[in-house]
Design a protein around this ligand. Structure first.
Ligand code: SF4
Length: 361
Protein backbone atom coordinates (compact mmCIF):
# COMPACT_ATOMS: atom_id res chain seq x y z
CA UNK A 1 0.00 0.00 0.00
CA UNK A 2 1.22 3.47 -0.87
CA UNK A 3 -1.23 6.12 0.32
CA UNK A 4 -2.41 7.04 3.80
CA UNK A 5 -6.04 6.82 2.66
CA UNK A 6 -5.56 3.11 2.00
CA UNK A 7 -4.81 2.56 5.70
CA UNK A 8 -8.21 4.16 6.43
CA UNK A 9 -10.16 2.17 3.85
CA UNK A 10 -13.37 1.03 5.55
CA UNK A 11 -13.78 -2.20 3.58
CA UNK A 12 -10.28 -3.39 4.53
CA UNK A 13 -10.85 -2.50 8.19
CA UNK A 14 -14.20 -4.34 8.12
CA UNK A 15 -12.56 -7.44 6.67
CA UNK A 16 -10.04 -7.60 9.54
CA UNK A 17 -12.78 -6.90 12.08
CA UNK A 18 -14.64 -9.90 10.61
CA UNK A 19 -11.54 -12.04 11.09
CA UNK A 20 -11.21 -10.86 14.72
CA UNK A 21 -14.85 -11.82 15.27
CA UNK A 22 -14.17 -15.24 13.79
CA UNK A 23 -11.07 -15.90 15.93
CA UNK A 24 -12.11 -14.60 19.37
CA UNK A 25 -13.73 -17.10 21.76
CA UNK A 26 -13.39 -15.47 25.20
CA UNK A 27 -12.80 -12.09 26.92
CA UNK A 28 -9.39 -10.46 26.54
CA UNK A 29 -7.93 -7.17 27.78
CA UNK A 30 -5.47 -5.48 25.43
CA UNK A 31 -3.53 -2.28 26.15
CA UNK A 32 -2.46 0.10 23.43
CA UNK A 33 0.69 1.72 24.80
CA UNK A 34 0.61 5.03 23.00
CA UNK A 35 -1.79 7.93 23.53
CA UNK A 36 -1.70 8.55 19.76
CA UNK A 37 -3.13 5.06 19.30
CA UNK A 38 -5.79 5.79 21.97
CA UNK A 39 -6.89 8.90 20.09
CA UNK A 40 -7.03 7.04 16.76
CA UNK A 41 -9.09 4.24 18.34
CA UNK A 42 -11.58 6.72 19.82
CA UNK A 43 -11.64 8.96 16.75
CA UNK A 44 -12.51 6.12 14.37
CA UNK A 45 -14.75 4.36 16.92
CA UNK A 46 -12.72 1.15 16.64
CA UNK A 47 -13.48 0.21 20.25
CA UNK A 48 -17.19 0.21 19.33
CA UNK A 49 -16.62 -1.99 16.28
CA UNK A 50 -14.73 -4.74 18.10
CA UNK A 51 -16.50 -7.84 19.42
CA UNK A 52 -17.70 -7.32 23.03
CA UNK A 53 -15.18 -9.90 24.28
CA UNK A 54 -12.32 -7.48 23.58
CA UNK A 55 -11.64 -4.65 26.01
CA UNK A 56 -9.07 -2.01 25.13
CA UNK A 57 -7.34 -0.19 27.98
CA UNK A 58 -5.10 2.81 27.53
CA UNK A 59 -1.41 2.86 28.30
CA UNK A 60 1.08 5.37 29.66
CA UNK A 61 2.55 6.36 26.29
CA UNK A 62 1.63 10.03 26.47
CA UNK A 63 4.70 12.09 27.39
CA UNK A 64 2.74 15.15 28.44
CA UNK A 65 0.58 12.98 30.73
CA UNK A 66 3.40 11.23 32.55
CA UNK A 67 5.79 14.16 33.03
CA UNK A 68 5.87 14.43 36.80
CA UNK A 69 4.23 17.26 38.68
CA UNK A 70 7.63 17.93 40.20
CA UNK A 71 9.19 18.58 36.80
CA UNK A 72 6.32 20.89 35.83
CA UNK A 73 6.95 22.82 39.04
CA UNK A 74 10.66 22.95 38.21
CA UNK A 75 9.81 24.22 34.71
CA UNK A 76 7.58 26.91 36.21
CA UNK A 77 10.31 27.94 38.65
CA UNK A 78 12.92 28.23 35.86
CA UNK A 79 10.52 30.01 33.48
CA UNK A 80 9.66 32.58 36.15
CA UNK A 81 13.28 33.75 36.16
CA UNK A 82 13.48 37.14 34.33
CA UNK A 83 16.76 36.21 32.64
CA UNK A 84 15.26 33.10 31.02
CA UNK A 85 13.53 32.34 27.73
CA UNK A 86 11.74 29.06 28.39
CA UNK A 87 10.87 27.00 25.30
CA UNK A 88 8.51 24.06 25.12
CA UNK A 89 6.09 22.12 22.94
CA UNK A 90 2.63 23.74 23.08
CA UNK A 91 0.81 21.05 25.07
CA UNK A 92 3.08 21.51 28.08
CA UNK A 93 1.99 25.12 28.65
CA UNK A 94 -1.45 24.09 29.88
CA UNK A 95 -0.39 21.19 32.10
CA UNK A 96 -1.19 22.19 35.67
CA UNK A 97 1.65 22.40 38.14
CA UNK A 98 0.99 22.58 41.86
CA UNK A 99 -0.40 26.11 41.80
CA UNK A 100 -0.17 27.35 38.21
CA UNK A 101 0.90 26.42 34.67
CA UNK A 102 3.41 27.78 32.17
CA UNK A 103 0.68 29.84 30.47
CA UNK A 104 0.14 31.75 33.68
CA UNK A 105 3.90 32.37 33.90
CA UNK A 106 3.70 33.87 30.42
CA UNK A 107 0.62 35.90 31.36
CA UNK A 108 2.51 37.40 34.26
CA UNK A 109 5.41 38.51 32.07
CA UNK A 110 7.61 35.42 31.77
CA UNK A 111 9.19 34.76 28.37
CA UNK A 112 7.69 31.34 27.58
CA UNK A 113 7.73 30.36 23.91
CA UNK A 114 6.27 27.45 21.95
CA UNK A 115 8.75 25.74 19.64
CA UNK A 116 8.40 22.81 17.25
CA UNK A 117 11.91 21.44 17.66
CA UNK A 118 14.86 21.84 20.05
CA UNK A 119 16.75 23.30 17.10
CA UNK A 120 14.36 26.28 17.22
CA UNK A 121 15.47 26.77 20.82
CA UNK A 122 19.13 26.79 19.74
CA UNK A 123 18.33 29.54 17.22
CA UNK A 124 16.59 31.55 19.92
CA UNK A 125 19.70 31.13 22.11
CA UNK A 126 21.94 32.41 19.30
CA UNK A 127 19.66 35.40 18.77
CA UNK A 128 19.55 36.22 22.50
CA UNK A 129 23.08 35.85 23.86
CA UNK A 130 22.23 37.91 26.98
CA UNK A 131 19.48 35.42 28.02
CA UNK A 132 19.51 31.83 29.22
CA UNK A 133 17.42 29.66 26.85
CA UNK A 134 15.95 26.47 28.29
CA UNK A 135 14.24 23.71 26.29
CA UNK A 136 11.75 21.44 28.06
CA UNK A 137 12.82 18.04 26.70
CA UNK A 138 9.86 15.76 27.35
CA UNK A 139 9.12 12.52 25.56
CA UNK A 140 9.74 8.85 25.09
CA UNK A 141 12.44 7.20 23.00
CA UNK A 142 10.94 8.87 19.91
CA UNK A 143 12.03 12.42 20.68
CA UNK A 144 15.31 11.56 22.41
CA UNK A 145 17.53 11.52 19.27
CA UNK A 146 16.55 15.06 18.22
CA UNK A 147 16.93 16.35 21.76
CA UNK A 148 20.33 14.70 22.07
CA UNK A 149 21.41 16.17 18.73
CA UNK A 150 20.49 19.67 19.89
CA UNK A 151 23.07 19.44 22.66
CA UNK A 152 25.73 18.24 20.25
CA UNK A 153 24.83 21.14 18.00
CA UNK A 154 24.97 23.65 20.86
CA UNK A 155 28.42 22.29 21.73
CA UNK A 156 29.63 22.51 18.11
CA UNK A 157 28.30 26.04 17.70
CA UNK A 158 29.57 27.08 21.15
CA UNK A 159 26.09 28.15 22.23
CA UNK A 160 26.67 28.37 25.96
CA UNK A 161 23.38 29.97 26.99
CA UNK A 162 21.38 26.84 26.05
CA UNK A 163 20.28 24.10 28.46
CA UNK A 164 17.66 21.38 28.67
CA UNK A 165 15.19 20.40 31.39
CA UNK A 166 15.20 16.68 30.69
CA UNK A 167 12.13 14.53 31.29
CA UNK A 168 12.76 11.52 29.07
CA UNK A 169 10.96 8.28 29.84
CA UNK A 170 11.25 4.77 28.39
CA UNK A 171 8.50 2.33 27.48
CA UNK A 172 9.84 -1.10 28.58
CA UNK A 173 10.20 -0.29 32.32
CA UNK A 174 6.64 1.11 32.33
CA UNK A 175 5.33 -2.11 30.74
CA UNK A 176 7.14 -4.13 33.39
CA UNK A 177 5.62 -1.99 36.16
CA UNK A 178 2.13 -2.63 34.75
CA UNK A 179 2.73 -6.36 34.35
CA UNK A 180 4.20 -6.86 37.81
CA UNK A 181 1.37 -4.99 39.59
CA UNK A 182 -1.10 -7.15 41.56
CA UNK A 183 -3.88 -5.07 39.94
CA UNK A 184 -2.74 -5.84 36.39
CA UNK A 185 -5.52 -6.68 33.90
CA UNK A 186 -3.48 -6.44 30.69
CA UNK A 187 -3.18 -9.69 28.70
CA UNK A 188 -1.65 -8.34 25.49
CA UNK A 189 0.11 -5.17 24.34
CA UNK A 190 0.00 -3.11 21.17
CA UNK A 191 3.51 -1.64 21.31
CA UNK A 192 4.00 1.92 20.04
CA UNK A 193 5.18 1.86 16.42
CA UNK A 194 7.07 5.16 16.48
CA UNK A 195 9.05 4.23 19.60
CA UNK A 196 10.03 0.96 17.89
CA UNK A 197 11.04 2.87 14.75
CA UNK A 198 13.87 4.29 16.86
CA UNK A 199 14.53 1.44 19.31
CA UNK A 200 13.47 -1.65 17.36
CA UNK A 201 11.65 -4.32 19.35
CA UNK A 202 14.47 -6.47 20.72
CA UNK A 203 13.91 -4.95 24.20
CA UNK A 204 10.43 -6.52 24.35
CA UNK A 205 11.53 -10.13 23.79
CA UNK A 206 12.47 -10.80 27.46
CA UNK A 207 9.25 -9.12 28.65
CA UNK A 208 7.06 -11.34 26.46
CA UNK A 209 8.90 -14.38 27.73
CA UNK A 210 9.01 -13.42 31.42
CA UNK A 211 5.32 -12.47 31.67
CA UNK A 212 4.05 -14.82 28.94
CA UNK A 213 2.32 -11.98 27.14
CA UNK A 214 1.92 -11.23 23.43
CA UNK A 215 3.35 -7.90 22.27
CA UNK A 216 2.57 -6.68 18.76
CA UNK A 217 4.33 -3.61 17.34
CA UNK A 218 1.46 -1.54 15.93
CA UNK A 219 1.02 1.66 13.94
CA UNK A 220 -1.51 4.45 14.19
CA UNK A 221 -3.97 4.17 11.30
CA UNK A 222 -7.24 2.22 11.62
CA UNK A 223 -5.93 -0.65 9.49
CA UNK A 224 -2.70 -0.80 11.54
CA UNK A 225 -4.66 -0.91 14.77
CA UNK A 226 -7.13 -3.65 13.82
CA UNK A 227 -4.26 -5.68 12.34
CA UNK A 228 -2.32 -5.34 15.62
CA UNK A 229 -5.42 -6.35 17.60
CA UNK A 230 -6.02 -9.36 15.31
CA UNK A 231 -2.43 -10.57 15.71
CA UNK A 232 -2.66 -10.16 19.50
CA UNK A 233 -5.94 -12.10 19.66
CA UNK A 234 -4.55 -14.86 17.45
CA UNK A 235 -1.65 -15.25 19.89
CA UNK A 236 -3.88 -15.17 22.98
CA UNK A 237 -6.29 -17.73 21.58
CA UNK A 238 -3.36 -20.00 20.67
CA UNK A 239 -1.64 -19.49 24.09
CA UNK A 240 1.37 -17.95 22.35
CA UNK A 241 3.41 -15.10 23.86
CA UNK A 242 5.65 -13.67 21.18
CA UNK A 243 6.76 -10.29 19.93
CA UNK A 244 5.39 -9.68 16.43
CA UNK A 245 5.66 -6.73 14.10
CA UNK A 246 2.52 -5.35 12.47
CA UNK A 247 4.33 -2.14 11.46
CA UNK A 248 7.07 -3.57 9.28
CA UNK A 249 6.85 -0.71 6.81
CA UNK A 250 8.77 1.36 9.38
CA UNK A 251 10.03 -0.91 12.16
CA UNK A 252 12.83 -3.47 12.21
CA UNK A 253 14.06 -5.68 15.05
CA UNK A 254 17.13 -3.54 15.69
CA UNK A 255 15.57 -0.13 14.97
CA UNK A 256 17.59 2.92 14.03
CA UNK A 257 21.02 2.06 15.40
CA UNK A 258 22.51 5.46 14.52
CA UNK A 259 19.82 7.21 16.55
CA UNK A 260 20.43 4.77 19.40
CA UNK A 261 24.14 5.63 19.35
CA UNK A 262 23.38 9.35 19.70
CA UNK A 263 21.03 8.60 22.59
CA UNK A 264 23.67 6.48 24.32
CA UNK A 265 26.32 9.16 23.85
CA UNK A 266 24.20 11.82 25.60
CA UNK A 267 21.93 9.97 28.03
CA UNK A 268 22.17 7.32 30.72
CA UNK A 269 19.40 5.34 32.44
CA UNK A 270 18.11 6.93 35.65
CA UNK A 271 15.14 6.56 37.99
CA UNK A 272 12.21 8.69 36.88
CA UNK A 273 8.94 9.77 38.54
CA UNK A 274 5.83 9.27 36.34
CA UNK A 275 2.84 11.50 37.05
CA UNK A 276 0.17 9.48 38.87
CA UNK A 277 2.28 6.32 38.85
CA UNK A 278 5.28 7.21 40.98
CA UNK A 279 8.96 6.47 40.65
CA UNK A 280 9.96 3.64 38.31
CA UNK A 281 13.58 2.46 38.61
CA UNK A 282 15.74 3.14 35.56
CA UNK A 283 12.71 4.24 33.53
CA UNK A 284 14.16 7.55 32.37
CA UNK A 285 17.11 9.03 30.60
CA UNK A 286 19.23 11.77 32.20
CA UNK A 287 22.17 13.65 30.75
CA UNK A 288 25.54 12.00 31.27
CA UNK A 289 28.00 13.77 33.56
CA UNK A 290 30.11 14.93 30.61
CA UNK A 291 27.10 16.90 29.29
CA UNK A 292 25.94 18.17 32.69
CA UNK A 293 26.84 21.72 31.63
CA UNK A 294 23.60 21.62 29.57
CA UNK A 295 21.47 20.30 32.44
CA UNK A 296 18.94 23.02 33.37
CA UNK A 297 18.17 21.36 36.72
CA UNK A 298 21.79 21.93 37.75
CA UNK A 299 22.15 25.33 36.12
CA UNK A 300 19.10 26.74 37.93
CA UNK A 301 19.43 24.76 41.18
CA UNK A 302 15.89 23.34 41.13
CA UNK A 303 16.78 19.73 41.97
CA UNK A 304 15.42 20.13 45.50
CA UNK A 305 11.82 21.00 44.42
CA UNK A 306 9.30 18.29 45.41
CA UNK A 307 5.51 18.28 44.87
CA UNK A 308 2.36 16.45 46.01
CA UNK A 309 -0.18 15.34 43.40
CA UNK A 310 -3.95 15.88 43.71
CA UNK A 311 -5.64 12.80 45.24
CA UNK A 312 -8.70 13.49 43.01
CA UNK A 313 -6.92 12.68 39.75
CA UNK A 314 -6.84 8.95 38.97
CA UNK A 315 -4.84 9.35 35.75
CA UNK A 316 -2.13 7.02 37.06
CA UNK A 317 -4.67 4.17 37.32
CA UNK A 318 -6.10 5.00 33.88
CA UNK A 319 -2.63 4.88 32.32
CA UNK A 320 -2.03 1.46 33.84
CA UNK A 321 -5.29 0.04 32.48
CA UNK A 322 -6.96 -0.31 35.87
CA UNK A 323 -9.65 2.40 35.46
CA UNK A 324 -11.34 4.31 32.62
CA UNK A 325 -11.58 8.13 32.39
CA UNK A 326 -15.36 8.19 33.05
CA UNK A 327 -14.71 6.43 36.39
CA UNK A 328 -12.97 9.59 37.66
CA UNK A 329 -15.30 11.71 39.82
CA UNK A 330 -13.80 14.88 38.32
CA UNK A 331 -14.26 13.80 34.67
CA UNK A 332 -16.33 16.34 32.73
CA UNK A 333 -17.27 18.22 35.92
CA UNK A 334 -14.36 19.95 37.61
CA UNK A 335 -11.92 18.53 35.05
CA UNK A 336 -12.50 19.53 31.40
CA UNK A 337 -10.12 20.47 28.58
CA UNK A 338 -10.81 24.16 29.39
CA UNK A 339 -10.10 23.65 33.10
CA UNK A 340 -7.92 20.54 33.39
CA UNK A 341 -7.11 19.05 36.76
CA UNK A 342 -4.74 16.44 35.37
CA UNK A 343 -2.42 16.24 32.39
CA UNK A 344 -4.39 13.45 30.65
CA UNK A 345 -7.22 15.98 30.09
CA UNK A 346 -4.81 18.47 28.48
CA UNK A 347 -2.66 16.49 26.13
CA UNK A 348 -3.60 15.81 22.52
CA UNK A 349 -2.54 12.23 23.34
CA UNK A 350 -4.25 12.02 26.75
CA UNK A 351 -6.87 9.31 27.38
CA UNK A 352 -9.21 11.64 29.31
CA UNK A 353 -9.07 14.21 26.48
CA UNK A 354 -9.80 11.43 23.94
CA UNK A 355 -12.89 10.27 25.85
CA UNK A 356 -14.06 13.86 26.33
CA UNK A 357 -13.64 14.65 22.63
CA UNK A 358 -14.92 11.48 20.97
CA UNK A 359 -16.96 9.37 23.37
CA UNK A 360 -20.64 9.69 24.27
CA UNK A 361 -19.95 8.90 27.95
S1 SF4 B 1 -10.64 13.37 34.33
FE1 SF4 B 1 -9.09 14.87 34.98
S2 SF4 B 1 -8.84 14.51 37.18
FE2 SF4 B 1 -9.84 12.70 36.31
S3 SF4 B 1 -8.19 11.30 35.79
FE3 SF4 B 1 -8.61 12.49 33.95
S4 SF4 B 1 -7.17 14.22 34.09
FE4 SF4 B 1 -7.25 13.30 36.14
Amino acid sequence: MKYLSEYREASLVQAILGEIQRVVTKPWVIMEICGGQTHAIMRYGLDQLLPPEIELVHGPGCPVCVTSLELIDKAISIASNPGVIFTSYGDMLRVPGTGRDLFSVRASGGDVRVVYSPLDAIKIAQQNPDKEVVFFAIGFETTAPANAMSILQAKDLRVENYSMLVSHVRVPPAMETILSSPENRVQGFLAAGHVCTVMGYWEYLPLAQKYHIPIVVTGFEPLDLVQGILMTIQQLEAHRAEVENAYSRLVSLKGNTEAQMVITELFMDCDRKWRGIGSIPLSGWCLREKYSYYDAEQRFSVKQITSEESPLCIAGQILQGVRKPFECSAYGTICTPEHPLGATMVSSEGACAAYYKYSQV
